[in-house]
Design a protein around this ligand. Structure first.
Ligand code: AMP
Length: 229
């Protein structure tokens, strides 16, 4: 049975970084609802405008829209052998939908919490910068690029600071997480579906722990990892 890897954890915990590594190394698509919403940045429709405003306020996009997007995205052909969810589910209704989807798609869920102390999260987010070309994630405090504000791999690309990574929005996003998403950890733990990894280490060490968890749970992933050795 193929696997849905659900990366959980507060904003700034490193879900995007780990999802990208898993995508590169396991060949499963990374499905990030935040990236999908950010891609609406230039769309000139009332719906896109509403999503932008919600994100700027650090709130959650309504469940019906989010769920619809995830259903469509996970139905695509590249997701048939499993996929990585980054930023979904974030509410109980989304978690229920995911269980239904998993049953319909004949997939098992493995939820992995990347655990990072709260006091580090603000700096992780306000310091975060992305390459607009390859999406590499930097941090001006913890992982600066070699040259100021320029991607190590794309010297012509100026790094981008996400609009919602300013201190005011970051604090709201953390509060939203606390109220609406953190309770899902208990939900997955009570179903014995949650594994926790220490996210306050180097990205490779965190990746190794995640890969071990996933391979313990999934025969198919075990095979891919074995073939890569
Ligand atoms: P992220 O990149 O995961 O931190 O998401 C950025 C923003 O996109 C969030 O602060 C929300 O406004 C919105 N968003 C992302 N994923 C979801 C979701 N599953 N449900 C509702 N809103 C979401």
């Amino acid at each position: 049975m193929s696997t849905i890897i659900v990366l959980m954890g507060a904003p700034g915990a490193g879900k995007g970084t780990q999802a990208r590594l898993l995508q590169e190394r396991l060949g499963l698509p990374q499905i990030s609802t935040g990236d999908i919403f950010r891609a609406l940045k230039h769309a000139q429709t009332p719906l896109a405008q509403e999503v932008r405003e919600i994100m700027e306020r650090g709130q959650l996009v309504p469940d019906d829209l989010t769920i619809q997007l995830v259903k469509e995205r996970t139905a695509r052909d590249d997701a048939k052998d499993g996929y990585i969810l980054d930023g979904f589910p974030r509410t109980p209704a989304q978690a229920e939908t995911l269980e239904r989807l998993a049953a319909e798609q004949n997939k098992q869920i493995v939820a992995i919490q990347i655990d990072v102390p709260y006091d580090l999260l603000e700096k992780r987010m306000t310091g975060r910068r992305n390459c607009p070309v390859c999406n590499e994630i930097y941090n001006i405090y913890f992982k600066p690029p070699r040259h100021d504000n320029v991607c190590d791999f794309h010297p012509d690309a100026q790094l981008v600071h996400r609009g919602d990574d300013n201190l005011e929005t970051v604090r709201k996003r953390l509060a939203t997480y606390d109220e609406q998403t953190r309770p899902l950890l208990d939900y997955y733990a009570s179903k014995n579906l949650l594994r926790v990894v220490d996210g306050n280490r180097k990205r490779e060490s965190i990746y190794q722990d995640i890969a071990t968890v996933v391979s313990d749970e999934s025969e198919e992933v075990r095979r891919v990892l074995h073939d890569h050795r």
